[in-house]
Ligand binder design. Sequence first.
Ligand SMILES: Cc1cc2nc3c(=O)[nH]c(=O)nc-3n(C[C@H](O)[C@H](O)[C@H](O)COP(=O)(O)O)c2cc1C
Ligand code: SF4
Ligand code: SF4
Length: 275
Amino acid sequence: MGEMVKRVHAVWFSPTGTTQVTVEAVAKSICKNIGADIVFKSKNFTLAGEREKTFESNENDIVILGVPVYAGRVPNILLKYLNAMNGNGALAVPIVLYGNRNYDDALIELKDIMEDRGFNIIAAGAFIGEHSFSKILAEGRPDGKDIGIVESFGTQISEKIKDDKVDGCIDIKGDKPYRAYYRPRDLEGNFYDFRKIKPKTNENCTDCKICVDICPMGSIDSDDVSKFTGICIKCGACIKKCPVGAKYYDDVNYLKHQHELEDENKNRKEPELFI
Ligand SMILES: Cc1cc2nc3c(=O)[nH]c(=O)nc-3n(C[C@H](O)[C@H](O)[C@H](O)COP(=O)(O)O)c2cc1C
Ligand code: SF4
Ligand code: SF4
């Protein structure tokens, strides 16, 4: 079995880059451990246009598929794309990145989707990345320590493939039925509608259009980058990637939630591997 594997695919949705780094590092570690004939491929489905084509693999492939955790679950805007993939018996490793709060049922949900789509799940992992809403919560993660764990995870996966121990069943932490999407509360303690919140643009903006190009929803108006042509999922890409820091939130409930997350999740969480 080991010698039949031809391609390792890193497949990822990653607005602020932490999922990309982690998934590619797992895939590269597998490539290195399995040997010279393996081809590394990276498939980025962050932008809306890249989610129009279906991802297909076959039984000679290893697919490392990663998404960030949104509200304790797989981001719902990705469900259509994920539910159209065809694994065709590929060996596969679901991975989630979360911002040091909790991954709740995101990993088990991703594993279930992939199993349904014909992937053969041989391992899974939950890793920590700097929180999309913050510059200080899980700041700079994945860091050196995380990448060390990522690489040993890749080694363990490779051993499992080489030893042909790929028919087992993987037990993953999470509830079934899945818990509801995690919902923040406003200043009065009531649930509030996070969906309508959008970033603002200040006078530092140089109109470079980077934010237009990187918005995963294609929602920033290129004629006037302070305007929107579609929904905002609060992914953090335009905020963190604007070269002059011109994008910001001023919504009081958003800021309350951000500060609460920062205050309540100071203890460093560590990656969890299922293999
Ligand atoms: C809308 C939204 C909801 C999120 N929900 C959670 C969550 O429930 N738990 C958590 O720990 N992190 C949560 N995060 C943080 C991201 O999962 C985390 O920062 C991840 O590393 C981002 O991945 P990326 O860098 O690939 O975009 C959320 C982020 C966003 C944008
Ligand atoms: S990335 Fe920043 S500077 Fe560039 S257009 Fe967007 S808001 Fe303006
Ligand atoms: S506008 Fe919203 S969805 Fe688009 S990049 Fe900014 S935070 Fe993400």
